[in-house]
Ligand binder design. Structure first.
Ligand SMILES: NC(=O)c1ccc[n+]([C@@H]2O[C@H](COP(=O)([O-])OP(=O)(O)OC[C@H]3O[C@@H](n4cnc5c(N)ncnc54)[C@H](O)[C@@H]3O)[C@@H](O)[C@H]2O)c1
Length: 296
């Protein structure tokens, strides 16, 4: 494999493009928005600068990585790729239409992968004429740092496709793990109910925000407490994944906490909106519990 296309230049897409380009693949980064492409390239450049400063890579590797990426605004730039990784907005209609178009554009040997957090890989594969070559590659945020890639086999993903993607992920210095196509896969099926339970504990008054996070940090050696992590992921994203688990697994143990629903309705989405369980102020690293949950 030589030529990779990454669809979507948001949080995940620019990270995925970075990692492939630094491993000497030629990457075409594609987004419908030129502004998002510019932003994505600026983030890659900034992250590379930081790596040079920390002496993790040389200035020559930084330059090679940037030279390996070209930015495009139309999907036909993906036509010559050996592998396409779709990391566009988490919306089923958008993803299905991208895969339909990619299937028509790309050669029969191209593997089409999705970075989706919650849409079934088999459903995506079904809109193509190559279900054996459709697979999930679920990277974690931030992509250049996090080692895990959940490799998701759809019902019809061929073993050759899985083997290729596992090997490719190892080439990126990642640690891929193969899982099957169930709602939430493994990472979100286990992580999100834990976050939801932390919110229910808060709602029932078991403990405050800081205390719940401290128990998990100190007691379970989690680098970040579940409520703080939820703010980072985005409470809207947490809610939508809980809804996928609740609907997909038909079990009320996955029902999203009313407090989570309320926060999303109020626009308190965590770090991205400036407030969730904590309040985020520019330039400040101090953790301050948001007014809604602050104790008197
Ligand atoms: N953010 C995370 O922590 C995380 C973690 C793992 C997986 N994911 C998954 O990765 C995917 C991307 O998430 P994100 O957080 O990077 O989203 P994002 O909103 O930061 O970026 C999405 C990008 O897709 C672009 N886009 C929308 N429609 C498009 C189209 N038709 N063609 C090309 N580009 C299009 C948007 O312009 C935007 O730049 C989602 O499927 C999400 O579930 C996200």
């Amino acid at each position: 494999m030589k030529n990779i296309a990454v669809i979507g230049s948001g949080t995940m897409g620019n990270g995925i493009a970075h990692v492939f380009a630094q491993t000497k693949y030629k990457v075409r980064l594609i987004d419908i928005s030129q502004e998002q492409l510019d932003k994505g390239m600026a983030i890659i450049s900034k992250n590379l600068d930081r790596m040079v400063t920390k002496e993790k890579i040389t200035a020559a590797v930084r330059q090679m990585t940037l030279d390996n990426i070209t930015a495009h605004t139309t999907l036909d730039a993906a036509a010559e790729s050996d592998l396409v990784i779709e990391a566009a907005t988490e919306n089923e209609k958008i993803k299905l239409s991208i895969f339909k178009e990619l299937d028509a554009l790309c050669g029969p040997d191209t593997i089409l992968a999705s970075n989706t957090s919650s849409i079934p890989i088999s459903k995506i594969a079904a809109v193509t004429n190559r279900p054996g070559k459709v697979i999930g590659m679920h990277f974690m945020n931030p992509v250049p740092i996090m080692k895990l890639v959940e490799v998701i086999n759809g019902k019809e993903t061929s073993s050759a496709t899985s083997a290729t993607v596992m090997e490719l992920s190892r080439n990126l210095q990642k640690s891929p793990v193969e899982v099957n196509d169930f709602p939430g896969f493994v990472a979100n099926r286990i992580l999100m109910p834990m976050i939801n339970e932390a919110i229910i504990s808060l709602q029932e008054g078991v403990a405050g925000v800081m205390e719940i996070d401290s128990v998990m940090k100190i007691g379970m050696a989690h680098p970040m407490g579940p409520l703080h992590l939820a703010d980072f992921i985005g409470l809207d994203v947490c809610l939508s994944i809980m809804e996928v688990l609740h609907d997909g697994l038909s079990n009320d143990k996955y029902a999203p906490s009313p407090v989570l629903i309320e926060l999303v309705k109020a626009g308190d989405l965590g770090v991205k909106s400036g407030q969730g369980f904590y309040r985020y102020e520019r330039g400040s690293k101090e953790l301050i519990v948001s007014d809604r949950f602050a104790k008197n």
